[in-house]
Design a protein around this ligand. Sequence first.
Ligand code: IPM
Ligand code: MN
Length: 369
Amino acid sequence: MSSIPPSIPPSQRRPQRIAVLPGDGTGKDVTAEAVKVLEAAAETWDLPLELVHFDWDADRYLATGETLPKGALDDFRENYSAVFIGAYGDPRVPDMKHAADILLGIRFGLDLYINLRPVKLYDARLCPLKDRTEKDVDMVIFRENTEGAYVNVGGNFKKGTADEIAIQDEIHTRKGVERIIRAAFEYAVNHGRREVLMADKSNVMRYGHDLWQRAFAEIAAEFPQIQSRHMFVDALTMQLVKHPESLDVIVTNNMFGDIITDLGAALQGGLGVAGSANLHPGQTSMFEPVHGSAPKYAGTGKADPIGAILSASLMLDYLGHGEAARTIEEAVARSMREGQTTPDLGGSLTTSQVGDLLARAVGRAVVAG
Ligand code: IPM
Ligand code: MN
Protein backbone atom coordinates (compact mmCIF):
# COMPACT_ATOMS: atom_id res chain seq x y z
CA MET A 1 0.00 0.00 0.00
CA SER A 2 1.51 3.31 -0.98
CA SER A 3 0.98 6.25 1.29
CA ILE A 4 2.12 8.90 -1.12
CA PRO A 5 -0.63 11.45 -1.60
CA PRO A 6 -1.80 11.94 -5.17
CA SER A 7 -0.22 14.85 -6.98
CA ILE A 8 -3.55 16.28 -8.16
CA PRO A 9 -6.13 17.11 -5.49
CA PRO A 10 -9.64 15.65 -6.00
CA SER A 11 -11.22 18.98 -6.90
CA GLN A 12 -8.79 19.51 -9.80
CA ARG A 13 -8.90 16.04 -11.32
CA ARG A 14 -10.69 15.52 -14.63
CA PRO A 15 -12.77 13.53 -14.80
CA GLN A 16 -13.70 13.40 -11.14
CA ARG A 17 -14.12 9.67 -10.78
CA ILE A 18 -16.38 8.50 -7.96
CA ALA A 19 -16.38 4.93 -6.68
CA VAL A 20 -19.97 4.03 -5.78
CA LEU A 21 -20.29 1.23 -3.20
CA PRO A 22 -24.00 0.70 -2.44
CA GLY A 23 -23.22 -2.02 0.12
CA ASP A 24 -26.04 -4.09 1.63
CA GLY A 25 -29.73 -3.88 2.40
CA THR A 26 -31.22 -0.41 2.20
CA GLY A 27 -27.74 0.87 1.37
CA LYS A 28 -28.51 -0.19 -2.20
CA ASP A 29 -31.91 1.54 -2.14
CA VAL A 30 -30.65 4.89 -0.91
CA THR A 31 -27.55 4.85 -3.12
CA ALA A 32 -29.71 4.49 -6.23
CA GLU A 33 -31.50 7.72 -5.22
CA ALA A 34 -28.31 9.60 -4.40
CA VAL A 35 -27.00 8.58 -7.82
CA LYS A 36 -30.13 10.00 -9.49
CA VAL A 37 -29.54 13.31 -7.75
CA LEU A 38 -25.83 13.31 -8.61
CA GLU A 39 -26.62 12.61 -12.26
CA ALA A 40 -29.18 15.42 -12.32
CA ALA A 41 -26.64 17.79 -10.77
CA ALA A 42 -23.96 16.71 -13.23
CA GLU A 43 -26.28 17.52 -16.10
CA THR A 44 -27.49 20.84 -14.70
CA TRP A 45 -24.04 22.23 -13.91
CA ASP A 46 -22.06 20.22 -16.45
CA LEU A 47 -19.97 18.59 -13.72
CA PRO A 48 -17.08 16.34 -14.75
CA LEU A 49 -18.30 13.39 -12.67
CA GLU A 50 -17.74 9.79 -13.68
CA LEU A 51 -19.51 7.25 -11.46
CA VAL A 52 -18.03 3.75 -11.29
CA HIS A 53 -20.08 1.08 -9.48
CA PHE A 54 -18.60 -1.66 -7.30
CA ASP A 55 -20.57 -4.70 -6.11
CA TRP A 56 -18.68 -5.27 -2.87
CA ASP A 57 -21.59 -6.49 -0.79
CA ALA A 58 -22.37 -9.34 1.59
CA ASP A 59 -23.39 -11.64 -1.30
CA ARG A 60 -20.02 -11.21 -2.91
CA TYR A 61 -18.22 -11.74 0.38
CA LEU A 62 -20.20 -14.92 1.11
CA ALA A 63 -19.54 -16.25 -2.39
CA THR A 64 -15.85 -15.35 -2.69
CA GLY A 65 -14.56 -14.64 0.82
CA GLU A 66 -13.21 -11.33 -0.44
CA THR A 67 -13.97 -8.03 1.30
CA LEU A 68 -11.88 -5.05 0.20
CA PRO A 69 -10.00 -6.31 -2.86
CA LYS A 70 -6.23 -6.10 -2.89
CA GLY A 71 -5.06 -2.93 -4.57
CA ALA A 72 -8.42 -1.20 -4.16
CA LEU A 73 -7.09 1.50 -1.87
CA ASP A 74 -4.20 2.35 -4.18
CA ASP A 75 -6.66 2.49 -7.05
CA PHE A 76 -8.95 4.84 -5.12
CA ARG A 77 -6.07 7.00 -3.98
CA GLU A 78 -4.65 7.41 -7.43
CA ASN A 79 -7.61 7.26 -9.80
CA TYR A 80 -10.65 8.45 -7.86
CA SER A 81 -11.68 11.78 -6.37
CA ALA A 82 -14.19 10.30 -3.94
CA VAL A 83 -15.83 7.13 -2.68
CA PHE A 84 -19.58 7.06 -2.05
CA ILE A 85 -20.92 4.35 0.28
CA GLY A 86 -24.55 3.34 0.93
CA ALA A 87 -24.41 1.21 4.09
CA TYR A 88 -22.93 -2.10 5.16
CA GLY A 89 -24.34 -4.91 7.29
CA ASP A 90 -26.10 -8.20 6.61
CA PRO A 91 -27.60 -10.68 9.08
CA ARG A 92 -25.75 -13.51 7.33
CA VAL A 93 -22.47 -11.93 8.41
CA PRO A 94 -23.00 -11.57 12.16
CA ASP A 95 -19.45 -10.44 12.89
CA MET A 96 -19.75 -7.66 10.26
CA LYS A 97 -16.39 -8.77 8.83
CA HIS A 98 -16.94 -7.39 5.33
CA ALA A 99 -18.44 -4.17 6.71
CA ALA A 100 -15.48 -3.56 8.99
CA ASP A 101 -12.95 -4.46 6.29
CA ILE A 102 -14.52 -2.20 3.71
CA LEU A 103 -15.80 0.76 5.72
CA LEU A 104 -13.11 0.95 8.37
CA GLY A 105 -10.56 -0.25 5.79
CA ILE A 106 -11.29 2.80 3.66
CA ARG A 107 -11.37 5.20 6.61
CA PHE A 108 -8.05 3.96 7.92
CA GLY A 109 -6.41 3.05 4.62
CA LEU A 110 -7.07 6.41 2.99
CA ASP A 111 -6.24 8.11 6.31
CA LEU A 112 -9.58 9.94 6.36
CA TYR A 113 -8.99 11.56 9.70
CA ILE A 114 -11.99 13.89 9.70
CA ASN A 115 -15.46 12.45 10.09
CA LEU A 116 -17.56 15.55 9.57
CA ARG A 117 -21.18 15.13 10.61
CA PRO A 118 -23.47 18.15 10.35
CA VAL A 119 -26.46 18.19 12.70
CA LYS A 120 -29.01 20.57 11.25
CA LEU A 121 -32.73 20.66 11.78
CA TYR A 122 -34.46 21.49 8.48
CA ASP A 123 -38.01 21.26 9.78
CA ALA A 124 -38.93 21.97 13.41
CA ARG A 125 -41.66 19.30 13.34
CA LEU A 126 -38.99 16.61 13.02
CA CYS A 127 -37.21 17.49 16.26
CA PRO A 128 -38.08 15.20 19.19
CA LEU A 129 -37.41 18.02 21.67
CA LYS A 130 -40.27 20.25 22.83
CA ASP A 131 -40.56 23.78 21.48
CA ARG A 132 -37.40 23.69 19.41
CA THR A 133 -37.11 25.38 16.05
CA GLU A 134 -34.67 25.18 13.14
CA LYS A 135 -32.41 27.84 14.63
CA ASP A 136 -31.88 25.79 17.80
CA VAL A 137 -30.24 22.81 16.11
CA ASP A 138 -27.40 23.74 13.79
CA MET A 139 -24.03 22.29 14.71
CA VAL A 140 -21.18 20.39 13.10
CA ILE A 141 -19.47 17.47 14.78
CA PHE A 142 -15.84 16.67 14.00
CA ARG A 143 -15.22 13.07 14.93
CA GLU A 144 -11.64 11.82 14.90
CA ASN A 145 -11.75 8.94 12.43
CA THR A 146 -8.47 7.03 12.37
CA GLU A 147 -7.54 6.17 15.94
CA GLY A 148 -8.95 6.15 19.49
CA ALA A 149 -10.88 3.03 20.47
CA TYR A 150 -11.28 1.97 16.83
CA VAL A 151 -7.72 0.73 16.34
CA ASN A 152 -8.47 -2.69 17.81
CA VAL A 153 -5.20 -2.98 19.60
CA GLY A 154 -5.34 -5.50 22.42
CA GLY A 155 -5.98 -9.16 22.86
CA ASN A 156 -7.47 -11.97 24.87
CA PHE A 157 -5.57 -14.06 27.38
CA LYS A 158 -7.00 -17.38 28.60
CA LYS A 159 -9.87 -16.86 26.20
CA GLY A 160 -13.01 -18.82 26.95
CA THR A 161 -11.98 -19.65 30.51
CA ALA A 162 -13.22 -18.21 33.78
CA ASP A 163 -9.89 -16.40 34.08
CA GLU A 164 -10.15 -14.66 30.73
CA ILE A 165 -8.56 -11.26 30.38
CA ALA A 166 -9.45 -8.92 27.52
CA ILE A 167 -7.42 -5.84 26.76
CA GLN A 168 -8.84 -3.23 24.39
CA ASP A 169 -6.55 -0.27 24.07
CA GLU A 170 -7.24 3.22 22.81
CA ILE A 171 -4.58 4.99 20.81
CA HIS A 172 -4.30 8.76 20.74
CA THR A 173 -1.34 10.23 18.89
CA ARG A 174 -0.17 13.81 19.15
CA LYS A 175 -0.35 14.11 15.38
CA GLY A 176 -3.82 12.55 15.16
CA VAL A 177 -5.28 14.65 17.95
CA GLU A 178 -3.75 17.87 16.68
CA ARG A 179 -4.93 17.46 13.13
CA ILE A 180 -8.59 16.85 13.98
CA ILE A 181 -8.68 19.73 16.46
CA ARG A 182 -7.06 22.04 13.96
CA ALA A 183 -9.53 20.92 11.28
CA ALA A 184 -12.41 21.89 13.58
CA PHE A 185 -10.98 25.36 14.22
CA GLU A 186 -10.21 25.92 10.55
CA TYR A 187 -13.76 24.92 9.68
CA ALA A 188 -15.09 27.36 12.29
CA VAL A 189 -13.04 30.18 10.78
CA ASN A 190 -14.03 29.36 7.20
CA HIS A 191 -17.73 28.91 7.94
CA GLY A 192 -18.38 31.86 10.24
CA ARG A 193 -18.84 29.70 13.33
CA ARG A 194 -18.27 31.21 16.76
CA GLU A 195 -17.02 28.37 18.95
CA VAL A 196 -15.28 25.00 19.05
CA LEU A 197 -16.13 22.71 21.96
CA MET A 198 -13.93 19.70 22.73
CA ALA A 199 -15.45 16.75 24.56
CA ASP A 200 -13.47 14.04 26.31
CA LYS A 201 -13.39 12.08 29.53
CA SER A 202 -10.11 13.43 30.85
CA ASN A 203 -11.36 13.24 34.41
CA VAL A 204 -11.01 9.45 34.13
CA MET A 205 -8.86 8.70 31.07
CA ARG A 206 -5.76 10.38 32.41
CA TYR A 207 -3.32 9.72 29.59
CA GLY A 208 -4.98 9.77 26.21
CA HIS A 209 -7.64 12.29 27.05
CA ASP A 210 -5.15 14.47 28.87
CA LEU A 211 -3.29 14.65 25.56
CA TRP A 212 -6.52 15.98 24.00
CA GLN A 213 -6.76 18.61 26.74
CA ARG A 214 -3.26 19.89 26.18
CA ALA A 215 -3.46 19.86 22.39
CA PHE A 216 -6.83 21.62 22.50
CA ALA A 217 -5.52 24.42 24.71
CA GLU A 218 -2.52 24.96 22.44
CA ILE A 219 -4.45 24.93 19.17
CA ALA A 220 -7.27 27.09 20.55
CA ALA A 221 -4.65 29.74 21.27
CA GLU A 222 -3.81 29.83 17.54
CA PHE A 223 -7.41 30.86 16.80
CA PRO A 224 -8.17 33.80 19.11
CA GLN A 225 -11.16 34.80 16.97
CA ILE A 226 -12.92 31.50 17.80
CA GLN A 227 -14.14 30.79 21.33
CA SER A 228 -13.09 27.48 22.84
CA ARG A 229 -14.80 25.43 25.47
CA HIS A 230 -14.35 22.02 27.05
CA MET A 231 -16.93 19.57 28.36
CA PHE A 232 -16.82 16.04 29.64
CA VAL A 233 -18.70 13.92 27.16
CA ASP A 234 -21.35 12.79 29.64
CA ALA A 235 -22.22 16.42 30.33
CA LEU A 236 -22.26 17.07 26.60
CA THR A 237 -24.93 14.44 25.97
CA MET A 238 -27.14 16.28 28.45
CA GLN A 239 -26.37 19.61 26.81
CA LEU A 240 -27.27 18.20 23.37
CA VAL A 241 -30.75 17.48 24.65
CA LYS A 242 -31.28 20.42 27.00
CA HIS A 243 -29.52 23.24 25.15
CA PRO A 244 -28.73 22.28 21.57
CA GLU A 245 -28.81 25.99 20.67
CA SER A 246 -25.64 26.51 22.75
CA LEU A 247 -23.61 24.12 20.56
CA ASP A 248 -21.75 25.11 17.42
CA VAL A 249 -18.68 23.12 16.33
CA ILE A 250 -17.83 20.06 18.43
CA VAL A 251 -14.62 18.04 18.21
CA THR A 252 -14.13 14.70 19.91
CA ASN A 253 -12.53 11.28 19.63
CA ASN A 254 -13.64 8.40 17.44
CA MET A 255 -15.86 6.51 19.90
CA PHE A 256 -17.48 9.52 21.54
CA GLY A 257 -18.04 10.98 18.09
CA ASP A 258 -19.78 7.79 17.02
CA ILE A 259 -22.13 7.97 19.98
CA ILE A 260 -22.97 11.66 19.99
CA THR A 261 -23.59 11.75 16.24
CA ASP A 262 -26.42 9.23 16.61
CA LEU A 263 -27.86 11.49 19.28
CA GLY A 264 -27.34 14.43 16.92
CA ALA A 265 -29.10 12.57 14.10
CA ALA A 266 -32.11 12.05 16.36
CA LEU A 267 -32.27 15.82 16.96
CA GLN A 268 -32.55 16.48 13.24
CA GLY A 269 -35.22 13.90 12.48
CA GLY A 270 -33.56 10.52 12.84
CA LEU A 271 -30.74 8.44 11.42
CA GLY A 272 -32.36 8.45 7.98
CA VAL A 273 -31.59 12.11 7.41
CA ALA A 274 -27.99 12.38 8.63
CA GLY A 275 -25.16 12.64 6.13
CA SER A 276 -21.42 12.51 6.66
CA ALA A 277 -18.06 13.18 5.06
CA ASN A 278 -14.90 11.19 5.80
CA LEU A 279 -12.16 13.56 4.75
CA HIS A 280 -8.47 13.92 4.25
CA PRO A 281 -8.27 17.39 2.71
CA GLY A 282 -6.57 17.31 -0.66
CA GLN A 283 -6.96 13.55 -1.05
CA THR A 284 -9.54 10.99 -2.11
CA SER A 285 -12.30 11.17 0.51
CA MET A 286 -15.37 9.11 1.35
CA PHE A 287 -19.01 10.04 1.85
CA GLU A 288 -21.77 7.98 3.47
CA PRO A 289 -25.03 8.35 5.36
CA VAL A 290 -24.74 7.87 9.13
CA HIS A 291 -27.37 5.11 9.19
CA GLY A 292 -26.82 1.37 8.82
CA SER A 293 -28.20 -1.04 6.24
CA ALA A 294 -31.56 -1.75 8.01
CA PRO A 295 -31.92 -5.10 6.18
CA LYS A 296 -35.56 -5.60 7.12
CA TYR A 297 -36.55 -2.53 5.12
CA ALA A 298 -34.49 -3.42 2.04
CA GLY A 299 -36.53 -3.16 -1.13
CA THR A 300 -39.68 -2.02 0.69
CA GLY A 301 -39.50 1.60 -0.46
CA LYS A 302 -39.47 2.74 3.16
CA ALA A 303 -35.79 3.67 3.48
CA ASP A 304 -35.21 7.38 3.69
CA PRO A 305 -32.68 8.42 1.03
CA ILE A 306 -32.08 11.88 2.52
CA GLY A 307 -29.01 10.89 4.56
CA ALA A 308 -27.42 9.52 1.39
CA ILE A 309 -28.48 12.54 -0.66
CA LEU A 310 -27.08 14.99 1.92
CA SER A 311 -23.85 12.96 1.85
CA ALA A 312 -23.81 13.41 -1.93
CA SER A 313 -24.22 17.15 -1.34
CA LEU A 314 -21.23 17.13 1.04
CA MET A 315 -19.28 15.26 -1.63
CA LEU A 316 -20.06 17.80 -4.35
CA ASP A 317 -19.02 20.59 -2.00
CA TYR A 318 -15.72 18.79 -1.37
CA LEU A 319 -15.20 18.36 -5.10
CA GLY A 320 -15.54 22.11 -5.64
CA HIS A 321 -19.18 22.27 -6.75
CA GLY A 322 -20.57 24.50 -4.02
CA GLU A 323 -23.61 25.74 -5.93
CA ALA A 324 -24.78 22.23 -6.78
CA ALA A 325 -24.19 21.16 -3.17
CA ARG A 326 -26.23 24.06 -1.76
CA THR A 327 -29.03 23.51 -4.25
CA ILE A 328 -29.36 19.86 -3.19
CA GLU A 329 -29.40 20.85 0.49
CA GLU A 330 -32.09 23.47 -0.16
CA ALA A 331 -34.19 20.99 -2.13
CA VAL A 332 -33.94 18.52 0.77
CA ALA A 333 -34.98 21.20 3.27
CA ARG A 334 -37.94 22.17 1.09
CA SER A 335 -39.09 18.57 0.69
CA MET A 336 -39.09 18.16 4.47
CA ARG A 337 -40.99 21.36 5.11
CA GLU A 338 -43.58 20.35 2.51
CA GLY A 339 -43.95 16.87 4.01
CA GLN A 340 -42.74 15.26 0.78
CA THR A 341 -40.92 12.51 2.66
CA THR A 342 -40.78 8.81 3.46
CA PRO A 343 -42.91 7.52 6.39
CA ASP A 344 -40.11 7.86 8.99
CA LEU A 345 -40.58 11.63 8.66
CA GLY A 346 -44.36 11.45 8.53
CA GLY A 347 -44.76 11.53 4.74
CA SER A 348 -46.14 8.94 2.37
CA LEU A 349 -43.57 8.88 -0.44
CA THR A 350 -41.40 5.89 -1.29
CA THR A 351 -37.62 5.91 -1.36
CA SER A 352 -37.55 6.34 -5.11
CA GLN A 353 -40.28 8.97 -5.15
CA VAL A 354 -38.17 11.12 -2.82
CA GLY A 355 -35.16 10.55 -5.08
CA ASP A 356 -37.17 11.48 -8.19
CA LEU A 357 -38.52 14.60 -6.53
CA LEU A 358 -35.08 15.80 -5.46
CA ALA A 359 -33.48 14.91 -8.80
CA ARG A 360 -36.18 16.94 -10.54
CA ALA A 361 -35.66 19.88 -8.20
CA VAL A 362 -31.93 19.81 -8.92
CA GLY A 363 -32.54 19.34 -12.64
CA ARG A 364 -34.76 22.43 -12.73
CA ALA A 365 -32.48 24.52 -10.53
CA VAL A 366 -30.69 26.47 -13.23
CA VAL A 367 -33.75 26.97 -15.44
CA ALA A 368 -35.77 28.15 -12.44
CA GLY A 369 -32.80 30.35 -11.70
C1 IPM B 1 -20.88 4.88 11.94
C2 IPM B 1 -21.11 3.41 12.21
C3 IPM B 1 -19.78 2.66 12.14
C4 IPM B 1 -18.88 3.22 13.21
C5 IPM B 1 -19.90 1.13 12.23
C6 IPM B 1 -20.84 0.56 11.20
C7 IPM B 1 -18.54 0.46 12.14
O1 IPM B 1 -21.75 3.24 13.42
O2 IPM B 1 -20.40 5.21 10.83
O3 IPM B 1 -21.17 5.70 12.79
O4 IPM B 1 -18.91 2.75 14.37
O5 IPM B 1 -18.12 4.15 12.91
MN1 MN C 1 -22.31 5.11 14.38
